[in-house]
Ligand binder design. Sequence first.
Ligand SMILES: Cc1[nH+]cc(COP(=O)(O)O)c(/C=N/[C@@H](CC(=O)O)C(=O)O)c1O
Length: 408
Amino acid sequence: AFNADAVPQAPEDPLFGLMAAYKRDTDPNKVDVGVGAYRDDNAKPWVLPVVKKADDLLRADPNLNHEYLPIAGLAEFTTASQKLILGADSPAIKDKRVTSLQTVSGTGAVHLGALFLSKFYKPSSKRTVYFSDPTWPNHFQIFSNVGLSYKTYPYFSKETRGLNFDGVIDTLQNADEGSIIVLHACAHNPTGVDPTQEQWKKIAEVIRAKKHFPFFDTAYQGFASGDLARDGWAIRYFIEQGFELCIAQSYAKNFGLYGERAGCFHFVTAPSSDAQSTVIRVASQLAILQRSEISNPPAYGARIASLILNDPTLFAEWERDLKTMSGRIIDMRKALRTKLEELGTPGTWNHITDQIGMFSFTGLTEEQVLKVREDSHVYMTKNGRISMAGLNKHNIDYFAKAVDKAVK
Ligand SMILES: Cc1[nH+]cc(COP(=O)(O)O)c(/C=N/[C@@H](CC(=O)O)C(=O)O)c1O
């Protein structure tokens, strides 16, 4: 007998709890700057025009069926995903040093990578995973669920509201050799603070010197700068430097395919004479894990993304849609900073425009966050992160005044 009555109550997921609380709120002025999901200027989810087009094409295909995909997913999707994040001319692709599996979005890719590492990465010795502090909260439970212990490296400087670069370097320098280092490829969540290219080079030096293993999580390619290649720069630099690494790639945000769960996991081996046979063995073990976890991935989102990634005209349209989203977010950053400065809201607000990607780390304390929620029906995560796409022409004045009231 299981005696399920012994099962303890788990805490509600903070983010999904926030989304539910927002939905329940009936106040007409309520503002949702919680979940990292793009909204248009009317606070509505935005189906990218290019995604609508791909959907029409897909539904018009007389051969469309609902058969199983291969365990590794749709080959034209994973191949195109490699090119997107590594660059079409990547040495890793040329040398056949990369293997990729389609996953249940970015979460599935982070999980598959964590599960694989828990079984095959230095299994006989102590392994520690390092996350930035702060990081995407789900990182902690995904890695602890597969039995890997973790620590954090300081990442955000409260004083400058920018990168605590020395904290990153010192912690990685003093970490046990061969630790797994989880890195946000661009548009860091929740801080919106990314290392400069020079700082990435120093981070790479320490990771090499300490024989750490880089684990990139990329969920916002095209959202940080609006430029896909630029947002892939850190990963491509590490590949150029000859690192062995893995990448969790999410298409939730940059294709707006949130609920369709489109993502990819890539494992890249270091250049060596037997790199290709290594990658084949790694692929075979990843397939075993994938089979037991999901058997094979969901078809619809990957088919949509694949149609767009593999068609130059649709790809160009996608890049335009990306610029629409990243452009509107940048407009909201400028508008919010201006409003807060005009209101004379205590503190400095340049970080709102210095930070990039979907989020701004406002610096509001937990009680100010709760106050702005109670008083003004504004929903942001407890760490003071706001999803900039939740702001628009109609609510930005109201939002700025709500923050001003909470901070004063
Ligand atoms: C860094 C990062 N990595 C992976 C994911 C997973 O996305 P998926 O939908 O599995 O492809 C998210 C989602 N972040 C937003 C939503 C969430 O928390 O799941 C967020 O931070 O709001 C990330 O912010």
